[in-house]
Design a protein around this ligand. Structure first.
Ligand code: GTP
Ligand code: MG
Length: 137
């Protein structure tokens, strides 16, 4: 059993999809270890997405991710990182498989409804970015 980290991004929160997305996540067998509604500052988003700082879309990404509340969560399941990325689908919803969270709820490659960690190492770093030990169960 291992863990991944996710955010329901500002677009999906604005569009009223928190409940539906959490239902998809728990129905797929993920246990919620930590969960909260929060908002990233511009500085938080710059730090969280620092790996993308040289990409042309970085400014847009930071503005988007800090414009409103997100739902942050740590999730536990066997093979959590890979299985969660399968559940959310491709970065661009136009390429995402039927039934995936991004196919259902994302609106564009930038505003794509959910984040999923890309490695066990990043899952741990991203979880600690958003949660203290007392918020993990
Ligand atoms: P995350 O789970 O959010 O990390 O998405 P990902 O791993 O599928 O994609 P990646 O890490 O490559 O990109 C991070 C985020 O940057 C994406 O989820 C998008 O929100 C955003 N992004 C990626 N490509 C583009 C792009 O071409 N244009 C814009 N505006 N945003 C992009
Ligand atoms: Mg990524």
């Amino acid at each position: 059993t291992n863990r991944t980290f996710t955010m329901i991004k500002p677009d999906a929160v604005e569009n009223g999809h928190i409940g539906a997305i959490l239902e998809k996540i728990t129905a797929a067998g993920f246990r919620i270890v930590a969960l909260k509604l929060t908002q990233m500052t511009v500085a938080d988003a710059q730090e969280f997405y620092a790996v993308h700082s040289e990409r042309p879309f970085f400014g847009e990404l930071v503005e988007f991710m800090s414009r409103g509340p997100i739902v942050a969560a740590i999730l536990e399941k066997e093979n959590a990182v890979e299985d969660f990325r399968t559940l959310i689908g491709a970065t661009n919803p136009a390429d995402a498989a039927e039934g995936t969270i991004r196919k259902l709820y994302a609106t564009s490659v930038g505003e794509n409804a959910v984040h999923g960690s890309d490695s066990d190492e990043n899952a741990a770093i991203e979880g600690v970015f958003h949660f203290s030990g007392r918020e993990m169960f």
